[in-house]
Structures are given as structure tokens and as C-alpha cells.
Design a protein around this ligand. Sequence first.
Ligand code: TRP
Length: 365
Amino acid sequence: MQKIILTGDRPTGKLHLGHYVGSLQNRVKLQESGKYDEIYLMIADAQALTDNFNNPQKVRDNVIEVALFYLACGIDPKKTTIFVQSQVPALTELTFYYMNLVTLSRLLRNPTVKNEVKLRGFEESIPSGFLNYPVSQTADITAFLATTVPVGEDQLPMIEQAREIVHAFNRIYGDTLVEPEAVLPDIKVARRLPSIDGKAKMSKSLGNCIYLDDSDAEITRKVMAMYTDPNHIKLTDPGKIEGNVVFTYLDIFCQDTDFPKYLPSYHNLDELKKHYQEGGLGDVTIKKFLANILIQIITPIREKRIELINNIDYVYEVLENGTKKANQKANQTLAKVKTAMGIDYFDNPKFKEEIKEKFQNNTTN
Ligand code: TRP
């Protein structure tokens, strides 16, 4: 069986370091692994509208932003098809048929939906489009016959839901759809990069995340504002590593080769941690070190993004061509689905034959 990847993001803002460690890096790795026959990367604007329907401009503006970050981080349109969800009508059509296979109570029980409903304050007035987005996500995945869906942990209930719908479809209409599997990013800690204030949620309005196009000065300013250990006041005080955002970031981003470059009096992170815990190592030293490491990661992304902005026709073409290709694939699947459901009246000569035969028999009676 072919190995096919589909994944995507809602275009609601610029991408940040959390996206980088949680998904972008992993997608580039999967792209370069050579293990996949087809890879689709979707800008999920239609899904973004399910909770931003009153702010379509935000979604529209961010379609190109997300595309820029994909390309700047190393997504290669020759290997990965980047496309825009709303421009693939087969996805909405599939969603409509899959809706028959899910109950309202099942959607209300979906832990991700439940959590998001709470976060958005929808309470008793949940837009039905929003509640239905796991079904639409199933359409996204199955339209490409995806076997593999790289996602963050929060999306696991979505994949579970997709598998249930695929099961139901295949049981009722015959074996047609492929059951997808989720893949989580490798490093456990990378799945949950904290914001600079140590809160779980990164958000634009709180200004607590580091964007992939932040300037060196912005990166430094944000790292200097990071939450560390509130009891580590004097230089000689012993410091805590747990819950210390600087060390959480160092755990994820620091490599041994960074020491000779930026902090040559230490050889590795264990040595640095030990000194911090014993006392005698100040926050400014570890913060400067981390800022250097992050600048080293973000600078090439920021520069590539500017290069792409100067060649925006190319980015537009990548999206347009990718969307064309995505339509071809999704239409093939939609045709199979409609045939399986027996609603392919004008695409399949069988229907005409059937009605002819039926009424020919009638008239001879
Ligand atoms: N729900 C994903 C997010 O919020 C985006 C998405 C839409 C997606 N459809 C998908 C992810 C299908 C994986 C597979 O980022």
C-alpha cells in the first residue's frame, strides 16, 4: 500500500517556535526521509473559518503567511504539495456525506472540541460548523487516502474520530477509505513548548511567543523576559531547573556544538544545569546563551522568508499549482465514494442502464 501523508494548519496567525518544534521540523524530516509516496500539506482556511467566521480578513491574510513560513522552513513544493483547503470543493462534499456517520453526542464528547468550545466561550451556542469540524477534518485526511497524519497530541481525538468514520463508511458502503494513523513529534518535551511566561498556551494577544520571523533584538528581548526560578535571586542562590522556561527551551534547542560557540566555559547542558542548581550561575548568562541559540535557528528562516517575499509570484504559483494537484486527487476519491454510495448517476453508465431495464420490463408487462 502507498504511504501518504496529509497534515495542515489553520491560518490564523504567524507561525512561532512552538510550530517549529511541534510540527514544521518534523514535516521537513518526513519529507526528506524518502519514505512517503505522496505528501500533502494543507492550509486549513475553511476550518479556520469555523471559529473565525466573523473575521474572514484574518484568515485571508494568513493564508500567504503560513505558506511563506512553510517554504522558509524547508518545505519543498517538489516533494510536498501545499494547497488551500477551501479551494478543494471535494472536501466539503465528502464532509456532507460523512456527517451521516457521526452522532451529535459523539461530536460533543470529542475532548479537543470540548476544550476548544470552553476556550472560545461558545457554551450553549456552538456554531454547528465548528462542532462539525472533526468531520471536515476526516474529509481532509481521507480525500488524499492518507495513511499517516503528523499532528500534535491535542489532535489525537481528531484522528480517532476519523478512524471511526472510515470504519463506518467501509462497513456500510464497502471497502473504500483508508484508516489513518497519527504520528507525534519525536521528542516528548517538544510536543509542549511553553510560552515565555511559562503558561501552557502561546498566544498572540499575550505576546508570549517567539515568532519565526522575530528580529534578533526581539528574540533577545523575549528571552530576557522569560520566566525562570522566582527564588533564584542572588547569583549565589541555588536555582531550580524544573518549570524554568530557559532550561525547558535549552533542553529542546541546545546542542553540544553550541557551547564552544556561545558559552565555552561549559561543555554540555548537564554541566550548565549542575552549576545552576548549585548556585553561582546567573540568569543573564543562561538567557544570553539561549538567545544566541534561538537567533541561530531563526535567522535563516527569517532571511529565507524575506527572499520569498521578494519573489511573491513564486509563492502564489506554489499555492495555485499545489491546489490544482490536490483537486485532482480529492476528486478521484470523491468519485470512488459516490460510486460506493450509489450516487454517481451521470458519471457511470450503470444508472442509465438500470432505469432503462426497469421500465422496459414495466412496459412489456
Ligand atoms: N486541526 C488542525 C489545526 O488546528 C488543522 C487541520 C485541518 C488538520 N485538517 C487537518 C491537521 C487534517 C491534520 C489533518 O492545526
